[in-house]
Design a binder for this molecule. Structure first.
Ligand SMILES: O=C(O)CCC(=O)C(=O)O
Ligand SMILES: [Fe+2]
Length: 315
């Protein structure tokens, strides 16, 4: 749109001549017309803004069904816990009284793991994953089994590097993993009113690195809604320790508990621990990462000692 000219006669270029030929309109006549045009422009702009806002809001709603934020990135949660009724999933597995969930729910805490610990543990993920990485958007490193995404497959780091693995990971790295695992285990036990010693670390336990690269294989499709007890079998309690910050390090990638009409999101941030009972009372998914890189670690526990694994250690 051409800019409005008040004194057309003063401007030699453009359509100043045409304006000069207009019937002798006085300043008095022009004022209401000018006001009308300004008003129309403002109204048009306002309507466009409202339409754009509505479309954006609607697309987010349709995309995610997001209704509520359970843990906002700016909050520092000492311990938020929401109880939800247990599903019947646990009945089709052997029960371990005092451990198998009778109280179900989900919790988030920002005080279990310090930011400094999260940064150090992220360092382990970075150096391990720098040795490989999926061709698609989602890579994992499993310190217990040694599995590492490479291209469209996985390799066993421990087999591949043999003794040289000691040049990559240090004893402090494994000690840090153990400390983090122990603190998360205590937090889960306390929140669900069970004894920490009734919980067994179970597999898989893995670091994940997600970026916005297009998926190449089914392993890259991390965003599907799922139930951990169905996906992983041995899981009774799942925990996620986030190692990077939503909207600082990456966009998209929020964790979503899926509930009819009222999904609940957890916005990741370094050091935030999210934990929940692994049955279908906690159906969930991860939003697609739109930009940047998202690091997290999945640490899960079983009530069944037969499904227990030792802490990751040098092979
Ligand atoms: O990374 C996350 O936030 C969730 C990952 C997840 O759902 C899983 O590992 O089962
Ligand atoms: Fe999951």
């Amino acid at each position: 749109m051409a800019p409005q000219r008040r004194g057309a006669t003063k401007t030699p270029e453009g359509n100043g001549g045409a304006e000069r030929r207009r019937p002798s309109s006085t300043k008095k006549d022009q004022a209401p017309r000018e006001a009308q045009r300004t008003w129309l422009r403002t109204a048009g702009l306002g309507a466009s803004l409202m339409l754009a806002t509505f479309l954006l809001w609607n697309s987010l709603r349709v995309d995610d069904g997001v209704a509520e934020v359970l843990a906002h990135r700016s909050e520092v949660l000492v311990g938020r816990f929401i109880e939800v009724p247990c599903s019947e999933d646990y009945n089709s597995h052997r029960r371990f009284e005092g451990c198998t969930p009778r109280k179900c729910g989900r919790g988030v805490s920002d005080v279990v793991i310090t930011r400094e610990e999260a940064e150090r543990i992220r360092g382990i993920a970075e150096k391990g994953l720098s040795l490989g990485g999926s061709d698609g958007g989602a890579s994992i490193l499993d310190l217990h089994s040694g599995a590492l995404s490479v291209g469209k497959h996985f390799v066993n780091l421990y087999r591949y590097f043999g003794d040289k693995i000691q040049n990559i990971f240090s004893e402090e790295d494994f000690q840090l993993y153990r400390d983090v695992r122990r603190k998360v285990q205590l937090t889960i036990a306390e929140a669900f009113g069970i004894s920490s010693s009734s919980l067994y670390l179970t597999k898989p336990t893995f670091f994940s690195r997600i970026n916005s690269t297009e998926a190449q294989t089914a392993h890259d499709e991390y965003w599907h809604a799922h139930v951990d007890k169905v996906t992983y079998g041995s899981f009774d309690y799942t925990s996620l320790l986030y190692l990077s910050d939503y909207l600082e390090d990456f966009g998209g990638g929020r964790f979503v508990f899926m509930e009819e009409g009222a999904n609940k999101t957890v916005e990741p941030k370094a050091g935030r621990v999210s934990f929940f009972t692994s049955g279908s009372e906690n159906l969930h998914r991860v939003e697609k990462v739109r930009w940047g890189t998202r690091y997290a670690i999945t640490i899960a526990f079983s009530c069944n000692p037969d499904h227990g694994i030792a802490d990751p250690a040098f092979p």
